[in-house]
Design a protein around this ligand. Structure first.
Ligand code: CMP
Length: 143
């Protein structure tokens, strides 16, 4: 079954949105396969956001994502990568539709509450960066 990596960013943790965000994915029907509250190191941040290294906002991106705890998660389900991206809404919260996570809770493109993998390749890479294999659980759950 498909898996994706989702992360409540420091602004979302600060604003007590972890429960609300977990609730949305649970209610949708996806299965939580791994989760942890953690402080990201500079090294992990630079690796995770490696594809944005040449962007002018890279320094800002790394300093923000390491500014406080994040809530890292692995979610599982049919088509979870694309569906989670749809539920998150557009990267810029001002362009994100109402009813999406960023549309409902975000205002700025940097502090946009949540990150989610954009492809199967990124999902595999990001899950591997943030989780050990035995932190990802396989169990059955009612649909
Ligand atoms: P995310 O999905 O975590 O992936 C890359 C992040 O870069 C993105 O969400 C935004 O939060 C951030 N980002 C994109 N554009 C800008 C920008 N112009 N200034 C600051 N951050 C940005």
């Amino acid at each position: 079954m498909e898996k994706t990596f989702l992360m409540v960013k420091p602004d979302g943790v600060q604003r007590n949105l972890v429960g609300e965000i977990v609730n949305r994915f649970e209610r949708k029907g996806f299965k939580l396969a791994g989760a942890k509250l953690m402080q990201i190191t500079d090294e992990l941040a630079e690796n995770h956001y490696g594809e944005h290294k040449e962007r002018p906002f890279f320094g800002e991106l790394v300093s923000f994502i390491t500014s406080g705890p994040v809530f890292a998660m692995v979610w599982e389900g049919e088509n979870v990568i694309t569906t989670a991206r749809d539920m998150m809404g557009k990267t810029n919260p001002l362009e994100a539709a109402a009813g999406t996570i960023r549309g409902d809770y975000g205002i700025t493109v940097g502090k946009n509450v949540i990150h989610g993998s954009d492809s199967p390749e990124s999902a595999e890479r990001e899950i591997g960066l943030f989780f050990n294999e035995n932190d990802i659980l396989s169990y059955s759950k009612q649909d």
